[in-house]
Every structure is written in structure tokens, then in C-alpha cells.
Design a protein around this ligand. Structure first.
Ligand SMILES: [Zn+2]
Length: 281
């Protein structure tokens, strides 16, 4: 795996198991409470623009190849395929409380819910699974109440603060204290690669304090802006009550590293999906 890091901070561990390459966070490994991973495009069987480790059934890839990719990744992470539960992402801020009856939904059973961009659970063995190609993965682990969460935070999810919605769901449903929660921002598009138009920035100006703006975006001569989704989600974590020392903020860009990760921007939309996996042991 040849990953370009934006700084030297040691946030990710690079892993390889039976030819499957994925990232983990030492922050979460140290709890000994979870198994987790963020996929790369290395180690699967898909062809063409989905090569090789694609986790999307809806981007033109062969179903049997996607299923083989899930088999390989599940084996690498030592999770059971019948315990995998998918989100159904539509850039909302909706967070689903995943229960026993959801086991297998998305992979071995049909998904019977829509508009779910975040998942939380306290059930050991259930493997929360969310999908990416530049959008921001958010991971949450509460080692005190033994609760986990995963959310998909693109620019809409970030403006809507799905990270905060996820923490609130953990509080309401399981009594989590935000001060106990460990949280991570996963591989996704960096500010240098993420040009957006003024209408997007208008939404960020409404959602974030004026003093935060200079950390979040800057205007260029062409009238467009460069937007920092990593920093925005860090502010969302702080607003949700998560402690700075309990955070790992990504320094890996999917678009800068498009040979290792799927990037929507770098591929002009011709790409497969990466996935985040998180389960309580
Ligand atoms: Zn980049």
C-alpha cells in the first residue's frame, strides 16, 4: 500500500491479511472492545472501474464479485457475513438504531429501510457497514456504555451535522456520555482536492460560526471555494461534546490516493465503493 499522508501524525495502522489491504485506528484497537476497518481498493476481485475491492451492488459491478469481496473482507476482519448491516445512504442526517432483527440486512437479507446515513448499536457481533468514495466516514466508540456508531458525512451530512446526530442518538438510546466517546474521521477528500461552488459555502456559513469559517474554506479567483470537510467534522465532534484528545482526524485523502482508494472526484464518478466496518467484539 503506497499511501500519501498529508502530515506525519500516526492515526492509521495499515493492515494486510490474505491479500486484503485495510486501515484501522490504534485509538479503537487500544480499547480491545471492537473489530473495525476501512477498506482500500486492493485485494478484491472486481474488474474495470470497480477494481478490485468494490462494495457496491449498484454501480454496474458483477454481483458475485461484490459478494466475493465481502467474503474476503469479512474473513480479514473476522466478522460474520450474516451479522453485517448496511446503511442506505441518501445524504440525510438520519441515524438508525440497529437491533437484532436487522442482522444481515443489505448483504444476506433485503434492506427494508431507506434514508439511513448513520447506524448505532450496542449489540455485540453486529457489524455496522457504511459506504464511501470521497465522502467522510465518521466512527464512534463508547467504551463505557459499550456502544458504537458509524455515519456517512458528505457535504450535506456535514452541514446537517450528522456526527452530532449520531452522538445524540447514542446518548438518548444508550445513555452514552459524549466525554467518553472515541471518534474518528476516516479517509475522504482533502481540502486541496475539494472545490465547491458558492451555494455550498452559503450552507456552511449558516451552519458554522463566523470565527470557524477561515478554517473551513477559502475563496479562489475563479469564484469557487476549497472546502475542508475534515475540519468541519472536527468542529461537529467538539459541538457534540467529544473531547479533543478522544479524536483521530484523517490525514489521508481518497482523491490524492486514487490508486489505493475509490474517489468520486478523481474518477469523474466512474468508481466502486469503499466501506467502513465496525463491530463490538
Ligand atoms: Zn486530496
Amino acid at each position: 500500500m503506497n499511501i500519501i499522508y498529508k502530515n506525519k501524525e500516526k492515526i492509521f495502522q495499515e493492515n494486510e491479511k490474505n491479500g486484503v489491504y485495510y486501515l484501522t485506528y490504534p485509538l479503537f484497537e487500544e480499547t480491545k472492545m471492537v473489530k473495525h476497518g476501512f477498506s482500500t481498493r486492493l485485494g478484491g476481485v472486481s474488474k474495470g472501474v470497480c477494481s478490485t475491492m468494490n462494495f457496491s451492488f449498484s454501480r454496474g459491478d458483477r454481483e458475485e464479485d461484490v459478494r466475493e469481496n465481502f467474503r474476503r473482507m469479512s474473513a480479514a476482519l473476522e466478522v460474520q457475513e450474516e451479522n453485517i448491516v448496511f446503511s442506505n445512504q441518501t445524504h440525510t442526517t438520519n441515524v438508525r438504531v440497529v437491533t437484532e432483527e436487522d442482522r444481515g440486512k443489505g448483504l444476506i437479507k433485503p434492506l427494508d429501510y431507506d434514508d439511513v446515513d448513520g447506524l448505532v448499536t450496542n449489540i455485540p457481533g453486529i457489524c455496522l457497514t457504511t459506504f464511501y468514495a470521497d465522502c467522510v466516514p465518521l466512527f464512534f466508540v463508547d467504551p463505557v456504555k459499550r456502544v458504537i456508531g458509524l455515519s456517512h458525512s458528505g457535504w450535506r451530512g456535514t452541514v446537517g451535522k450528522i456526527g452530532k446526530s449520531t452522538v445524540e442518538k447514542m446518548q438518548e438510546e444508550y445513555g452514552s456520555n459524549p466525554k467518553d466517546i472515541l471518534a474518528a474521521i476516516g479517509p475522504s477528500i482533502c481540502q486541496d482536492c475539494y472545490e465547491v461552488s458558492e451555494d455550498v459555502i452559503e450552507e456552511f456559513k449558516k451552519a458554522f460560526d463566523g470565527e470557524q469559517w477561515r478554517d473551513l474554506f477559502y475563496r479562489k479567483e475563479n469564484g469557487k471555494y476549497q472546502l475542508n470537510l475534515w475540519k468541519a467534522n472536527e468542529y461537529v465532534f467538539l459541538e457534540a461534546g467529544i473531547q479533543k484528545e478522544h479524536m483521530a482526524v484523517s490525514n489521508v485523502c481518497t482523491c490524492c490516493n486514487d490508486e489505493v482508494f475509490f474517489s468520486h472526484r478523481a474518477s469523474c464518478g466512474r468508481r466502486g465503493n469503499l466501506a467502513a466496518f465496525l463491530t463490538i467484539r
